[in-house]
Design a protein around this ligand. Structure first.
Ligand SMILES: [Zn+2]
Ligand SMILES: [Zn+2]
Length: 355
């Protein structure tokens, strides 16, 4: 199920696409990948839980969420993340049938093998002086998912403490288990020098009776770490690219999947951003933008190499491009191409669930 299908931080005009978010459902269990702006409301609209299983106040059906996954910590992937926590209180989180905590997985700090924090380099277009850029939160300028979540608990302490005292809500921290994805040591990984080590084995990060989830490091430099995820179920396999340039680790992870949900960027939009004449500095900035993402024809090549049955384009940048701008992906891919839309349901194996 695609929740939101737009990529990037802008509130794109003239589109109803919400920010990026997807859900894998197996029977009544739900696993959510990424939390872009507006994707939380899409989760409610998706009615992922049959009505007769919903409880009063449980319209999000959060009783069935078992795990949440963040590909990376760019703002367009985390805008609604904490809404699943603090709005979840009023939308079914406390009436889940299971008492198991919701498991949350995302990137850890931007650190090297020795655990030293590594800032991203300042991008310097040719011919321009190095800018002097201040550092926010200098004691930890590169927080990971656990840090971010703890900072969010702190930032919203007034509301959280109030509702625990005034409405007797349970401590949110007792309902979620948040994990940083551990990157194996010795694979050559370094945030600046080697963000996506060639040939790395997928990292097993989560397993229950319905799904097995593996992660790989993709290339979305300078935001590092960034992961792609693969879900294996009894019905088949679905892989999510995260944000990435064409990437061999992602091809390896996706190989043999039924569905690959992949990000894509429209070159026509990039050209509009930099109308001619393009200065060398603008050319460098343009290349910088494109090298962290995947163009339509390249996404087709990735899917072809991975041998997936269906390629689903999501995280569309810009979110308001005409649908035909994405069809070039079909020139290089011989399987089924789907240009994603919000609330699109893509069955794997079994019949689609009733809405
Ligand atoms: Zn993104
Ligand atoms: Zn990103």
């Amino acid at each position: 199920m695609l929740l939101g299908t737009a990529g990037g931080p802008p509130w794109w005009p003239d589109t109803t696409r919400a920010g990026i978010g997807s859900a894998v459902t197996v029977e009544d269990d739900v696993y959510v990948v990424d939390f872009g702006d507006g994707s939380g409301k899409r989760f409610k609209e998706a009615a992922l839980v049959p009505r007769d299983l919903q409880t009063p106040g449980g319209l999000w059906g959060e009783e069935t969420i078992r795990a949440m996954f963040l590909t990376h910590l760019h703002s367009d992937h985390v805008g609604d993340y904490f809404n699943y926590f603090m709005l979840g209180w009023y939308n079914g989180l406390t009436s889940r049938k299971t008492k198991d905590k919701i498991q949350v997985f995302g990137p850890g700090r931007r650190v090297d093998d020795a655990g030293n924090m590594v800032m991203e380099p300042i991008f310097q277009p040719p011919g321009q002086p190095a800018p002097d850029i201040p550092v926010i939160n200098p004691e930890n300028p590169v927080p990971g998912t656990v840090d971010m979540t703890n900072y969010l608990y702190q930032a919203f302490a007034l509301d959280l403490n109030d509702r625990m005292r005034d409405n007797f809500k349970p401590d949110l921290r007792s309902l979620f288990d948040v994990h940083d994805i551990a990157i194996p040591k010795g694979i050559g990984y370094h945030p600046n020098d080697n963000p996506s080590p060639a040939g790395m084995a997928p990292i097993p990060i989560y397993q229950d009776d319905k799904v097995k989830v593996g992660a790989t490091l993709v290339n979305h430099f300078p935001i590092v770490p960034t992961f792609g995820f693969r879900f294996d179920t009894a019905d088949g396999a679905v892989t999510f690219s995260g944000d990435t340039a064409p990437n061999d680790n992602l091809v390896a992870l996706a190989t043999g999947s039924d569905i690959l949900v992949h990000e894509v960027i429209d070159p026509a939009w990039v050209d509009v951003l930099f109308p001619p004449p393009v200065s060398p500095a603008e050319e460098a900035l343009k290349n910088h933008l494109v090298t962290a993402h995947t163009l339509p024809e390249d996404v087709g090549r990735v899917a072809q190499r991975a041998g997936v049955k269906t390629l689903v384009l999501s995280h569309l940048v810009p979110g308001n491009a005409p649908a035909d701008h994405w069809l070039a992906a079909g020139k290089t891919f011989s399987g089924k191409l789907v240009v994603g839309n919000d609330l699109m349901q893509l069955p794997v194996g079994a019949t689609p669930r009733p809405r």
